[in-house]
Design a protein around this ligand. Structure first.
Ligand SMILES: [Zn+2]
Length: 85
């Protein structure tokens, strides 16, 4: 995955009121969505402080699930240094 999670987290934490959290899977989604793109839930936590906290968690924790960012078409990237052992 090419998108920098810390970059996304910074964007979200700078403007948490434009986002909300999925109450089921914890994904950060745009405030305008009605269903979570990851799990299709329709319940959200839109408290900006919760969103900001989740964004910071996102930046430091390993990814646990496939997000819609992973499913977006992007140019092929076979140089993922994170998977190298
Ligand atoms: Zn969800």
């Amino acid at each position: 995955m090419k998108t920098d999670r810390r970059e996304i987290a910074t964007t979200v934490s700078n403007d948490p009121s434009s986002y909300k959290l999925c109450a089921v899977c914890g994904s950060i989604v745009d405030k305008s969505v009605t269903n979570c793109p990851d799990c299709y839930a329709y319940r959200f936590d839109s408290d900006p402080s919760h969103v900001a906290d989740a964004a910071l968690d996102l930046a430091v924790k390993p990814q646990r699930a496939v997000s819609h960012f992973d499913l977006m078409p992007e140019s092929s990237d076979d140089s993922d240094s994170d998977t190298r052992d």
